[in-house]
Design a protein around this ligand. Structure first.
Ligand code: HEM
Length: 502
């Protein structure tokens, strides 16, 4: 590649076009000094990697290089540049091929999250149609039923706590809520993990993200030679989830015997099956199964974790919690005991501006994906740095969002910055700096569903329960535990049922 001839670079990502002589190469970049063979891998802690990277950004500046898992990565912190990288897909950047290989090896077929090129574009159109805001709103009654089951589960837990039982494992219960919600919307199947304590699918899904994370950062793929107990447990879990997916598909095929359903399939799974049956569709049964797996994985952990972080932040900020509860009481009317949630509508929830601001603020402080990785498909210039095809680019999503220069009082939980009353606390383009759902053509298609789920579960909690406490094992704010998503460790919720008002 000749630096004097910029035309050789297929693409250029960044605000300014740089003169070729001023361009930097990866070798010119600062970065932590790599050790022989292992690079920087032993200088990071697997579950604190996002914090290690943020610390290096303080030392080396907004663009630097690291050697992790056998790759030399370009690290980018600037939100404008990140926005452009995300936009430049699928032509110039893709999701990391390493992650795709790891998931395939585990027995997980590609879905829209891992697909690339034309396959991705075709699947994306279908997924978008099923997750459009009007489609999600039409599903509201089923979502309400799922929230009602969460309420019943927590009523039982509150009674037990009054008799001395321990708090609720918040993250686990919220994952049941999100699995049930996604299965209903995307697959048309009522899965009731909330109502059962048996061998539910959620327990198996929980093992998969951490395993992908561990393998993506392993220095040596030992599991290809010898399987340790966690690897065997993982194989079992993937098998259980795949068997559940086959059941979802069989049930959907059964429902599709009804001709009217084939004309207007009411959910994503049925739409995919109808499409796959078209001659020359290019959509295989594996694509369908891969997308069912994708929705379960992408929709469960992310939404539950975002909810956990928000509830914890509300608990630690009594002023914001009080205002959220007052807003919910006002917007949703008096509680008349069990059954009153049945009257809530999506429009009622749309009026909860403060709660929505709390969601944006908690995702700014605690995004479940504090970094995102893309891989260059061709030689490219990122900012003023030349990279070769195949180079992974790691984007630190929380760098500018925690910058005092961008968000005043950046470390504080101030939901008003997302409302006109607190405009001075956020830049005009705040939503282009804080990107918890990613950006560009691959932005999260489940975001409307996720926001609705979060609002509904939080409103249910605030309306029907007093939060007695959200505890951590050491009494300190929860540790950020990175395992593909950034999870708060050990949150335990203590509740008391509110007396009916009104
Ligand atoms: C608060 C909850 C959620 C968060 C924070 C979240 C976050 C994200 C992020 C950061 C991405 C990558 C975007 C990019 O590369 O630019 C993504 C992609 C994706 N998400 Fe979500 N997500 C959430 C909920 C959901 C839900 C509920 C679903 C569906 C049931 C879902 C399905 C997907 C899919 C299918 C993709 C891949 C899209 C593509 O590659 O075209 N997500 N999400």
């Amino acid at each position: 590649m000749a630096l004097m001839k910029p035309a050789v670079f297929e693409t250029s990502v960044g605000r300014a076009q740089h003169e070729p002589s001023k361009l930097r190469r990866m070798r010119d970049l600062p970065g932590p000094r790599p050790w022989p063979v292992v690079g920087n891998s032993l200088q990071v802690s697997l579950h604190r990697m996002h914090q290690n990277l943020a610390e290096w950004a303080q030392v080396h500046g907004p663009m630097f290089k690291v050697h992790l898992g056998g790759f030399r990565l370009l690290v980018v912190c600037d939100a404008d540049l990140i926005g452009q990288l995300l936009k430049d897909r699928p032509d110039t950047f893709r999701r990391p091929s390493r992650m795709q290989a790891i998931m395939r090896e585990m027995g997980i077929h590609d879905g829209v999250f891992m697909a690339e090129g034309e396959t991705w574009a075709r699947q994306r159109r279908m997924v978008m149609a099923s997750f459009a805001p009007h489609q999600v709103r039409s599903y509201f009654p089923s979502l309400l039923r799922v929230a009602h089951r969460l309420r019943e589960r927590w009523q039982v837990a509150a009674e037990r706590q009054a008799r001395g039982d321990a708090g609720i494992d918040l993250q686990a219960d919220l994952m049941r809520f999100t699995v049930d919600a996604v299965a209903g919307l995307a697959f048309g199947t009522e899965v009731d993990t909330l109502g059962s304590d048996g061998d539910v699918i959620q327990r198996h899904l929980d093992k998969i993200f951490p395993a992908i994370w561990r393998r993506a950062h392993a220095i040596f793929p030992y599991w290809q030679f010898v399987k340790l107990p966690p690897d065997r447990a993982l194989d079992d879990s993937v098998q259980v989830v795949n068997a559940a997916i086959r059941r979802f598909i069989d049930e959907a095929r059964e429902r599709l015997q009804e001709p009217a359903r084939r004309v207007a399939p009411p959910n994503l799974l049925e739409a995919m099956l109808v499409a796959a049956d078209e001659p020359g569709s290019g959509m295989t049964d594996d694509d369908v199964a891969g997308n069912v797996f994708t929705m379960l994985l992408a929709g469960e952990d992310t939404t539950a974790t975002s909810l956990s972080w928000m509830l914890d932040l509300l608990w630690r900020n009594p002023r914001a919690l009080r205002r959220a509860r007052e807003e919910v009481d006002r917007a949703l009317g008096p509680s008349t005991g069990i059954g009153d949630m049945a009257n809530w509508t999506a429009e009622d929830l749309a009026r909860l501006d403060w709660l929505e601001a709390c969601i944006h603020e908690s995702m700014r402080l605690k995004p479940v994906g504090p970094f995102n990785v893309v891989e260059a498909l061709k030689d490219a210039v990122v900012g003023d740095v030349v990279i070769h095809a195949g180079t992974p680019v790691l984007m630190l999503m929380r760098h500018d969002t925690l910058s005092e220069a961008v968000f005043p009082q950046a470390d504080d939980f101030l939901p008003e910055r997302w409302l006109p009353e607190g405009a001075e606390l956020a830049p005009a383009h705040a939503k282009r700096v804080s990107m918890p759902f990613g950006g560009g053509p691959r932005i999260c298609p489940g975001r409307f569903l996720a926001l609705l789920e979060i609002k509904l579960a939080a409103a249910m909690l605030l309306r029907h329960f007093d939060i007695v406490g959200i505890d951590t094992p050491d009494g300190l704010p929860p540790a950020e535990h990175m395992a593909l998503t950034m999870v708060p460790l050990g949150l335990s919720l203590r509740l008391r049922e509110r007396a009916p008002q009104g």
